[in-house]
Ligand binder design. Structure first.
Ligand code: NA7
Length: 536
């Protein structure tokens, strides 16, 4: 006996929780499946030491309810993983969401049934349900990338991926630890692990730019003022390019003389956070503008790191901002510590994991008690493709997205051939290049209104047309190709995963512009979607 729902939602992070709330409030029958044992999504899994958000806390939350906004108070500028998880638990309790979420359950497939126009969803415990709408809220960075190093199974020590961190924590005291990877997760965790470990090896492939977070507790006055400005803040978050209430100054880095530019950089460096990235608006589109900020950060690194050899190894060369900007607390300072050693694995790549530790091509072996993989994710499409999603006539999403220069979505929300399926922060939407909760609100509200419109007008099926999908995907690619993003290997482009097609599956036009576009589509009776009334 198969249960029927109006909608099945996958994931109980920021996306799934809000989607559930919105639909359930309007009387729809909704079932949420979540692989974790509780709510939180990425903040449930990523419990590594030092894990925190790079968006300022006052923006990294829902804004759909002023009441909820007022009932929650962030303690500091950049919230820790545990505080964000606490926030999501608070929201789940406050809205009584858990009763419609099935935890510890992974959706393994979802197949559109042409004969009854329902999605047949199958989970890893063999349960099958049917739903009119299939909605994914699986996050853009949720499928851990553990490089296939030879010999990992032989390793006698403990090993962990930052995105699958044990709930009880890891005790590094007195241990020799290795961290592979210097992206955001590596850069956040390395200084914290170094505080405890007896010896720390950092295996670095690409040196990174990183900006001091300058985290600090929020004052009571600041919080009061923020809450008093709720409406203005929410409005701005949905209008800016970033999804924050702040955005880059509308000015080229080349429009100021060097002295003035330096002053702007110095001020922003002292303020910390993404302020430096927002001093000018052309770092990711103009090589010369980029050179100014890249050189500035390199100078800062040089001033912090004492050992000239280590300093050289830490010098980034790519275009700043074309890999995800990283915020840190004492990252470069950590390399001044005697017990921290930087290993350049670009020059001497990791060859294998041995019983004892990490072995490199040159024959060197680094003995370890604990190995940490801070090696990132199969981003953007990885988690969607892990599920076997099949649309009309058995068309598989994996096949549809297998090759070509574009991922192929309409607005990052829908895919031609996959009727009544919606993606929250899907590929080719602003997603990871925005304050993600704002993008999530934008998508959830749009999907909800579309479903309401369908009901009101008596439509049964909504499907993106091939023509509009092609036009949107082409637009996304063309915007990306006019920037420096496509010139750097990163998880944005899929270059971190062997065999993954190289693309840029993120819409770079910004949250505000994107919001206008999807609103216009809705206002024009869902232009670019085919809406059908009758069953065939
Ligand atoms: P990232 O940003 O993808 O960083 C992964 C790091 O791991 C990066 O330094 C990689 O070097 C390195 N890496 C990956 N594979 C290897 C191998 N095989 N050998 C050596 N080094 C390797 O992941 P994060 O978890 O730090 O951050 C992901 C996002 O999560 C972050 O931006 C936030 O949005 C949250 P590379 O640069 O590819 O040379």
């Amino acid at each position: 006996m198969v249960n029927y729902y109006d909608a099945v939602v996958v994931g109980a992070g920021f996306s799934g929780l809000y989607m559930l709330h919105k639909l359930r409030e309007a009387g729809y029958r909704v079932k949420v499946y979540e692989a974790g044992s509780d709510v939180g999504g990425t903040w449930y899994w990523s419990r590594y030491p030092g894990a925190r958000c790079d968006s300022e806390s006052i923006y990294y939350n829902y804004t759909f309810s002023e009441e909820i906004y007022n009932e929650w108070t962030w303690s500091e500028r950049f919230a820790s993983q545990s505080e964000i998880l606490e926030y999501l638990n608070f929201v789940a309790d406050r809205l009584d969401l858990r009763k419609d979420i099935q935890f510890d359950t992974r959706v393994i497939s979802s197949h559109y049934q042409d004969k009854d126009e329902q999605w047949l969803v199958t989970t890893d415990d063999g349960e099958q349900v049917k739903a009119k709408y299939f909605i994914t809220g699986v996050g853009c960075l949720s499928t851990a990338n553990i490089p296939k190093f030879k010999g990992l199974e032989k390793f006698k020590g403990e090993w962990y991926h930052t995105g699958r961190w044990p709930h009880e924590g890891v005790d590094f005291k007195g241990k020799t630890v290795g961290v592979i990877g210097t992206g955001s997760s590596g850069i956040q965790s390395i200084p914290v692990i170094a505080e405890e470990a007896e010896k720390l090896y950092v295996f670095q492939r690409t040196p990174q730019y990183s900006i001091p977070a300058r985290n600090h507790p929020y004052s009571k006055e600041f919080i009061q003022q923020t809450k008093a400005n709720f409406h203005e803040i929410r409005k701005k978050m949905h209008q800016t390019s970033t999804g924050l209430a702040t955005e880059p100054r509308n000015r080229s880095a080349l429009s100021d003389p060097p002295e003035k530019r330096k002053q702007a950089f110095e001020k922003a460096w002292e303020e910390g956070g993404l302020n430096l990235f927002y001093t000018y608006n052309d770092f990711t589109v103009n090589e010369k503008a980029n050179a100014t900020i890249s050189a500035f950060i390199r100078e800062k690194i040089a001033a912090i790191v004492k050992d000239p050899e280590v300093r050289d190894k830490l010098m980034p060369t790519y275009y700043f901002g074309t890999k995800r900007p990283v915020l840190d607390t004492n990252y470069f300072e950590t390399f001044n510590k005697e017990h921290v050693e930087l290993v350049n694995v670009k020059e001497d790549p990791i060859q294998e994991i041995t019983e004892k530790g990490v072995g490199t091509k040159s024959g060197a072996e680094y003995p370890l008690d604990i190995l940490v993989f801070a090696t990132g994710y199969d981003a953007m499409t990885g988690t969607l493709l892990k599920m076997d999603i099949r649309g009309r006539d058995g068309l598989s999403l994996r096949e549809k997205w297998a090759d070509g220069a574009e991922t192929k979505t309409y607005l990052g929300l829908a895919v031609n051939g996959f009727p009544n399926m919606f993606m929250i922060t899907g590929p080719e939407s602003p997603s990871v290049l925005s304050n993600v909760p704002t993008s999530i609100e934008q998508h959830v509200e749009w999907i909800f209104e579309c479903i309401e419109y369908m009901k009101e007008k008596g439509y049964e099926i909504v499907e993106a047309t091939e023509e509009e999908e092609t036009s949107w995907s082409t637009h996304c690619r063309e915007v990306a190709e006019s920037t420096l993003f496509v010139k750097t290997d990163s998880w944005y482009t899929g270059a971190n995963i062997e065999g993954k097609p190289r693309r840029f599956p993120i819409y770079l036009g910004g949250v505000g512009t994107y919001g206008e576009k999807i609103k216009e589509v809705a206002n024009k009776n869902y232009e670019g979607f085919k809406l059908q009334v009758v069953h065939m």
